[in-house]
Design a protein around this ligand. Structure first.
Ligand code: NAD
Ligand code: MG
Length: 396
């Protein structure tokens, strides 16, 4: 068996590094074709030296020059490119059968969509792609025969708990409900009075998972779960009412599916992203992921609670935009990206995140998600509004 080509978009991030860790364990099965990063030059150079990809892509010409020089010094023949066109080219290289989509946020849309149009097997972590352009992306994947394998742990769990032919329709398969589990983040039980003043450090200290900073803040506001409701809607053609969020603080059940006969099928495991990554890489086979076996005696108990939509306003907003449809989810996503970046830079309070998103949704009109241009225009309008409002508040 020859090794299968893999491109990793967002290789230097949390998911990207976990992907390389799984690939490293199976050199006979996988070979790295391209690696991309934004500005983390040191990490990218080290990974190029280890995996010798054909191509490495970075965000700007100065970083590209730096990577090029360091690779040349080390005698590594990886070609180095930069910018969005180079990302799209990396996502569509014929040598790569699989593309791990692990860029964070809207920056991943163009290359991930290009991978879908190139009919790749897409290991999808970059949930913002489906939130922004779910209809277009699913259409492109179907049209061009791309295979979508969810890497987000909940969606990977749901995928594992669904029958292989779920695309003929969930109702036809006897599915009554998708139970999307959520840890509840670090602030599940914090007194409401203290919530407004939490810091980026507190928000990024997730109780169960080590992740990038943006998704860590999203988990703290529960916007992450809101984005995942939208992600589940598109991946599984599930109506919003079929998706129930279940707060489960131990993060051992990664999600479940309830069937008409009363059966509930769940996927369990330690909270380690290498499990869904290995599942998506090897599917329909199974490979070792380096994850410790789940010790149910050590876990002891599993708790479940209903979500608190008042405390976690972002979760409600996500259901609202999903029901509204069109470009409303793209507007929510853009406002959230602006809000989270401002929070991490201490220019916006934690309570300011849902407030800014709500104000943006009220001010920027949503339209139909007709084309990619519609999505990009809605995204830009929302970023403009949200950015101006933060700057205005800072100046006041
Ligand atoms: P991260 O911040 O650790 O890494 C992001 C990667 O994207 C890095 O390689 C970075 O260089 C690259 N990047 C950032 N901005 C870019 C830009 N403008 N252009 C090109 N590349 C850019 O993020 P992460 O935690 O690995 O998350 C990646 C994606 O996976 C997100 O969409 C997140 O929601 C999703 N996800 C992450 C986890 C997790 O456990 N970390 C779990 C489920 C889903
Ligand atoms: Mg998740």
């Amino acid at each position: 068996m020859s090794a299968r080509g893999v491109t990793v978009l967002g290789a230097t991030g949390s998911i990207g590094q976990s992907t390389l860790d799984v690939v490293r364990r199976h050199p006979d099965r996988y070979r790295i074709v391209a690696l991309t990063a934004h500005r983390q030059v040191d990490r990218l150079v080290a990974d190029c030296l280890e995996f010798a990809p054909q191509v490495a892509v970075v965000g700007d010409p100065a970083s590209a020059e730096l990577v090029r020089a360091r690779l040349a010094d080390a005698g590594c023949r990886t070609a180095v490119a930069w910018g969005e066109e180079a990302l799209v080219a990396a996502a569509t290289l014929p040598e790569a059968e699989m593309v791990m989509a692990a860029i964070v946020g809207a920056a991943g849309l163009a290359p991930t969509l290009a991978a879908a149009r190139a009919g790749k097997r897409i290991l999808l972590a970059n949930k913002e792609v489906l939130v922004m352009a779910g209809e277009l992306f699913m259409h492109a994947a179907n049209e061009h025969g791309a295979t979508l394998l969810p890497v987000d742990s909940e969606h990977n769990a749901i995928f594992q708990a669904l029958p292989a032919d779920f695309r003929r329709g969930l109702a036809a398969c006897g599915v009554e409900q998708i139970l999307l589990t959520a840890s509840g983040g670090p602030f599940r039980t914090l007194p409401l009075s203290a919530l407004a003043g939490v810091t980026p450090e507190q928000a990024c200290a997730h109780p169960n998972w080590v992740m990038g900073r943006k998704i860590s803040v999203d988990s703290a506001t529960m916007m992450n779960k809101g984005l995942e409701v939208i992600e589940a809607h598109w991946l599984f053609a599930a109506p919003p009412d079929m998706i129930q969020v279940v707060v489960h603080p131990q993060s051992v059940i990664h999600s479940a599916v309830r069937y008409s006969d009363g059966s509930v099928l769940a996927q369990l495991g330690n909270p380690d992203m290498r499990t869904p990554i290995a599942h998506a890489l090897a599917w329909p086979e199974r490979i070792a992921a380096g994850v410790a076996p789940l010790d149910l005696f050590a876990v002891g108990r599993l708790d479940f609670h209903a979500p608190d939509f008042e405390r976690f306003r972002c979760l409600q907003l996500a259901y609202d935009v999903l029901r509204a449809g069109g470009t409303a989810p793209a507007i929510l996503n853009a406002a959230n990206e602006v809000a989270v970046a401002a929070f991490l830079e201490r220019r916006l309070s934690f309570a300011g995140i849902p407030a800014l998103i709500e104000a943006t949704l009220a001010a920027v009109p949503a339209g139909p998600e007709g084309s990619l241009a519609d999505v990009i225009a809605a995204d830009a309008a929302a970023r403009r509004f949200a950015g101006t409002r933060i700057d205005g508040a800072a100046a006041a």
